[in-house]
Ligand binder design. Sequence first.
Ligand SMILES: [Zn+2]
Length: 218
Amino acid sequence: MQIIISVIAISFAFSLVFAGLGGMLSYPKEFLVFTALSLVTVGSGFILHEMGHKLVAMYYGATAAFRMWTNGLLFMLLTSAFGVLIAAPGAVYIYSKTITRRQNGIISVVGPMVNLALVGFFMGLAALTPVVIHLSFIPGALNVWAFGAKLNLILALFNMIPVFPLDGSKVFGWSKAVWVACTFLMLWLSMGMLGPGMLVSWIILLVMVFVFSKLAFG
Ligand SMILES: [Zn+2]
């Protein structure tokens, strides 16, 4: 139930950032269509990412459950009305006395890897059965599956930032070689799919998350 609420909220917030408050109020039907498409592309990326963590944690004998952060969720909805997506809807909590640093690293790397697999899946869909729509609040045509692929790549890259509490910090703490291999592969893909600006954005985001993490967690 908590992950369902979170995934609906994140899809709604995401759509609101793209459409803007004006877009949502002026074109409510198109906004609904876009939110449904967000559920399929971003929502699936979010749920399967979290499920990946949960299943691998359970494989290692841990108890794992997704917990929603009500304040983070409300904050996300509030900021999305102003065009900023701060996606902090919750996380998978793992309970175990015997999880090693290596196991924790593997549990963590699975999430971004699921998003990377979805990049391939959506790219395949874009090539096989392209769906192109026009929405009043988005300039030009929207290639839905290619959009889904790009969003999952951004999700993967964001989570690989090696700063606590993001997945990347646990992967980095376990194996720098694995972290470098995964992150470089994602950055290389993003150069082709999103342009060189993505590398700059990622580095800026890394610095911002680092400062935030130092302030929040010390
Ligand atoms: Zn994760």
